[in-house]
Design a protein around this ligand. Structure first.
Ligand SMILES: CC(C)(COP(=O)(O)OP(=O)(O)OC[C@H]1O[C@@H](n2cnc3c(N)ncnc32)[C@H](O)[C@@H]1OP(=O)(O)O)[C@@H](O)C(=O)NCCC(=O)NCCS
Length: 261
């Protein structure tokens, strides 16, 4: 049975509110508790206070996936306001804050992994964001978290920047998607980058290879399972925009943050 059908049959996606706080904390503790020591940087562990802010909708919202009564996946998404310092100001500097949706704190219960729930949540949030007039979605993901960046690629986001996180120095990917364009613009060039059957083994080399491709104006757009490759495309007229996406960091943000968004 396809993933989407499985979702439709069994699971329910809905926006969360303050009544879900206990379930949200429980799911976070379970997922974070299951991360290996060298995976702890995948996601920022949040306090109840952080979640309350998101659940009370101060420009941030939470989405949940339920298996019956049980919360099995969740995500925070935020709509930054103009004039605010937003998350990851080092990325996509040319889009106004009020046109952005920022994905963060994505967690899937270990027992529900492998059904594409992260992609399903991104698809849902994207629909809402488009209806609100947002033009661009963005996310930052650790390069050694392929389950996450492959899900973001499946949602149609593309890898636009490959860099060290300004706050903790971790190797990260920045992905974005233009929400107002139904399909990607015609590519000027296309190439495949071998990532192997075991991506983790390739990651040290991948960081440099990815940085090189991005510097050449390519976006990482998808995985070809037959050739175990990451597909890169160079959008037409991308050169100027790409320079903005990859320009060196001017001002760091998120003081005190030691892990991903
Ligand atoms: C990241 C996360 C949310 C994804 O969960 P999910 O939606 O169940 O993702 P899936 O397991 O369906 O994996 C998505 C894709 O990545 C692939 N994938 C998963 N792990 C992989 C690995 N180690 N190497 C290569 N590919 C991998 C899967 O095959 C799948 O691709 P497919 O749909 O083409 O088969 C989940 O792993 C999680 O909660 N991790 C801990 C917290 C975290 O890292 N959050 C994200 C912060 S940005």
């Amino acid at each position: 049975m396809g993933k989407e059908k499985q979702m439709a049959k069994k699971l329910e996606v809905k926006e969360l509110n303050i009544e879900h706080l206990a379930a949200v904390m429980e799911l976070q503790n379970k997922v974070v508790g299951n991360l290996q020591e060298d995976e702890k940087h995948f996601v920022l562990t949040r306090s109840a206070q952080d979640f309350i802010k998101a659940l009370e909708h101060e420009h941030t919202y939470m989405l949940g996936v339920f298996d019956g009564e049980k919360l099995v996946a969740q995500s925070i998404f935020s709509y930054p306001q103009n004039g605010q310092v937003r998350d990851m100001p080092e990325f996509d500097c040319d889009t106004a804050n009020d046109k952005l949706v920022v994905y963060k704190a994505i967690l899937v219960d270990v027992e529900h992994r492998g059904s594409g729930l992260m992609k399903s949540m991104l698809d849902y949030i994207e629909k809402k964001s488009k209806a609100m007039g947002k033009t661009t979605s963005i996310i930052q993901i650790a390069i050694d978290n392929p389950a996450s960046w492959i899900s973001a690629l499946a949602n149609g986001m593309s890898i636009r920047k490959v860099d060290y996180d300004p706050t903790d120095g971790a190797k990260v990917l920045y992905l974005a998607k233009n929400l107002q364009v139904p399909t990607r613009s015609e590519a000027q060039g296309r190439m495949a980058m071998f990532v192997g059957k075991n991506i983790h083994r390739e990651i040290p080399a991948l960081f440099n290879k990815m940085q090189y491709r991005v510097a050449q104006g390519y976006y990482g757009v998808g995985i070809d399972k037959n050739t175990h490759s990451l597909i890169w495309e160079k959008p037409r007229d991308n050169a100027a925009k790409n320079r903005i996406m990859t320009q060196p960091l001017v001002q760091a943000s998120g003081q005190g943050r030691t892990t991903r968004y």
